[in-house]
Design a binder for this molecule. Sequence first.
Ligand code: FES
Length: 187
Amino acid sequence: MCAVNSEGLTSKSTTAEPSRQNRRSFLGALLAVGSAVVGALLSVPLVRFALFPLIRQTTDTKKSPVGSVSEFASLAEPAMRTIQIEQIDGWRKTVSEKAVYITKDRRDQLCVLSSICPHLGCTVPWNKEKKQFICPCHGGTFSVDGSRVSGPSQRGMDTLETSVEDGKLLVRFEYFRQLVSDKEVVG
Ligand code: FES
């Protein structure tokens, strides 16, 4: 009697053990998958946060007002204005001032020129006597509409994108590659 009970117990214990182990390993796998899914979901905002400065356009500049259009209607020579530009570089926002010239193109239309020399980046002043823009660094000269006249620059002064809103002239300041003949935005 005693031996039969003992055998019975022994055989019951050997069949229950593998099924308990299977259950444990299944729960372990489920927990691992759950943790991986939760981890992946939580990492999405972190990855977006880390990559944001790379994804975002680094040179997102707003248009700046330069004055009312009527103010420049009877422009006899280029008028210099200092504008404030707000630049976003990754997480950093900077506000700086830049000089621009409001002048007229060959069709007598208002246009705005960057004061940065396309040769090596010096600020180009308007010379009233010579009626030309003359760069103080290497003597590059440009006509009233910014076209290249002489000197080492491979192109004329850079025109900036403009628009008119409520009678105000707005300009989007941009930086262009120097030492090249074609205008190419770099920031
Ligand atoms: S920087 Fe203007 S001519 Fe060289």
